[in-house]
Design a protein around this ligand. Structure first.
Ligand code: FMN
Length: 216
């Protein structure tokens, strides 16, 4: 079955303003506001902290319905190591595209918290948490709301990555900030689902830019 064009979704974040993506803008804004709110030393400390990540103190948690985000998670794991966990719901989503699109919309409208089977044991030993998801109706799939209300990632470095069909991060970074108010949110990575297979080099550059070159 043909996938729906992203114009079928309620909002499109695919526009670029003068070549600067909305997610990039949001990140720069965060940096500026962050720099005003905290001393520069704290910002540098954050980067140094991130640079030490790798191995056991990294968790990569992702949700994927059709495999794009899983693939992207694999590229990140190849670089930084750590533990990969797939977020699973008690009741799997339908495989049929139209059916899952409808179900996800209903869940979002109901502000539902779908039951999940995933537990994050040993989270206290983890410093850096990558959170990966497909953009579903402009934000994270609702199971992440279930997960992050249970594990709000206080004191951890949270790094989002997202696949989509044009909406980029949508409002997911804002939602992540609300769900994880005491986490340090770093610049995320987004790519169209159809382009994930060619994104390995961009992933490597992004991680290097974050100071996360350390592998296992
Ligand atoms: C329920 C549902 C809602 C979606 N909503 C959006 C959206 O709002 N904006 C967008 O760009 N793409 C949207 N997509 C497309 C997915 O984000 C995209 O295909 C993604 O790469 C799928 O990742 P996955 O293979 O890991 O599941 C949606 C897809 C589904 C199934």
């Amino acid at each position: 079955m043909m996938k729906k064009e992203h114009s079928a979704y309620p909002e499109s974040f695919s526009r670029r303003d003068g070549g600067l993506s909305t997610s990039r803008r949001a990140f720069l804004k965060t940096l500026v506001l962050g720099a005003l709110a905290v001393p520069a030393s704290a910002l540098f400390a954050r980067t140094a902290f991130a640079a030490q990540a790798g191995g056991d103190n990294v968790l990569i948690i992702y949700f994927s319905h059709s495999g794009n985000t899983r693939r992207l998670a694999g590229f990140i794991h190849d670089r930084v190591g750590g533990r990969m966990v797939e977020l699973k719901t008690e009741r799997p989503y339908p495989e049929d595209y139209d059916a899952v699109v409808d179900e996800a919309k209903k869940e979002q409208e109901a502000n539902a918290r779908p039951a999940i089977t995933t537990t994050l044991d040993g989270l206290d030993k983890v410093d850096t948490v990558f959170i990966g998801y497909p953009n579903w109706w402009g934000t994270l799939p609702m199971p992440f709301f279930t997960l992050l209300e249970r594990y709000p990632m206080a004191g951890k470095t949270v790094i989002p990555f997202c696949t989509h069909e044009g909406s980029r991060f949508g409002r997911s970074e804002r939602d992540l900030r609300s769900l994880c108010p005491q986490a340090r949110l770093l610049e995320g990575f987004e790519v169209r689902g159809s382009r994930v297979s060619g994104a390995e080099k961009d992933v490597a550059e992004w991680l290097t830019g974050l100071g996360l070159t350390a592998a296992r």
